[in-house]
Design a protein around this ligand. Structure first.
Ligand SMILES: Nc1ncnc2c1ncn2[C@@H]1O[C@H](COP(=O)(O)OP(=O)(O)OP(=O)(O)O)[C@@H](O)[C@H]1O
Ligand SMILES: [Mg+2]
Length: 269
């Protein structure tokens, strides 16, 4: 069966003043795959996600989603189309309960609030929103914490909540920007288990700094360096790419067991 491209960028670039953060990226995402994007600090990974999700416009290039040109489409509308993301730093409301965070996320994109003519069906909509919120909490394993104040959750659980909020929006493609950042080893394992389940029913792109964390999770890996994609393919082949090893690992062995991840120069949240 031929693979279907559902998200594509053509010559996508972003300049901040004179600085080129993303440079002429031609990227393809295939339906059902779990794609990984790795690269050192400042490579342009988050900027690439910001362009895909409409946080700011590109300087040059095009974005196609299910063959529709969404380059100038508002961020909210991209969510409605099924392009949903999470952020590098967990973005949840600490002062709300877990379930209320979810209800708020779903409500924001619910037609009842964007179309006044649906007002008369309000009760049905509210029931539907609550059900979607509960179902998403179930999927990430937080159902028993639904009425806890979010500030009381561990960082790992907040990350799961953020993923539940994204799942509740019924994405066709879910973009995760460094979902493992700031998590303990135990939390990383739990999140990996969750993502192995989620990927069965969804197309995913995961940005990650440390390749060893995602090498068994992703089906295809792209490496970004100085705003460009310098290598792409099966994760294990990409690891053996000479350019990748030179810029990312300093020319060491390409065996997965022997990977030395590039160091992360940022402070953790
Ligand atoms: N809004 C902005 N204004 C100016 N420069 C920016 C902006 N956003 C990103 N940059 C710059 O673009 C470059 C790429 O940043 P980006 O955050 O995309 O990198 P990254 O690959 O996600 O890095 P990290 O692994 O540290 O998260 C960096 O040099 C950054 O300082
Ligand atoms: Mg980033």
């Amino acid at each position: 069966m031929r693979e279907k491209v559902i998200l594509e960028t053509q010559n996508l670039s972003k300049q901040f003043g004179g600085f080129v953060a993303v440079e002429k990226v031609n990227y393809k995402l295939f339906e059902g795959e779990t794609a990984g994007i790795i690269g050192p600090n400042g490579a342009g990974k988050s900027t690439f996600f910001n362009l895909l999700t409409g946080l700011f416009p590109p300087t040059e290039g095009k974005i196609l989603f299910f063959n529709q040109d969404i380059t100038s489409t508002q961020a909210e509308h991209r969510v409605e189309l099924g392009l949903v993301r999470t952020f590098q730093l967990v973005s949840v409301f600490d002062s709300l309960s877990v379930i209320d965070n979810l209800i708020l996320a779903v409500t924001r994109f619910s037609p009842i609030f964007t179309n006044k003519f649906r007002f008369f069906f309000r009760d049905a909509h509210i029931k539907n929103i609550t059900e979607r919120a509960k179902e998403a909490l179930n999927r990430v394993g937080l159902a028993d914490k639904s009425h806890i104040l979010t500030s009381e959750l561990s960082y790992g659980d907040k990350r799961k909540l953020e993923i539940a909020m994204a799942l509740a929006l019924n994405p066709k493609v879910l973009l995760l920007d460094e979902p493992f950042a700031g998590l303990s080893d135990v939390e990383i394992k739990e999140l990996l288990n969750l993502l192995h389940k989620v990927k069965k029913s969804l197309t995913l792109i995961i940005i990650e700094h440390k390749i060893s964390r995602i090498v068994d999770l992703v089906t295809r890996l792209s490496v970004m360096h100085e705003g460009r994609i310098i290598a792409e393919g099966n994760p294990k082949d990409v690891l053996c790419n000479e350019t990748v090893r030179r810029v990312y690992w300093g020319g060491e062995s390409c065996s997965v067991d022997g990977i030395t991840d590039s160091s992360d120069r940022r402070r953790r949240p």
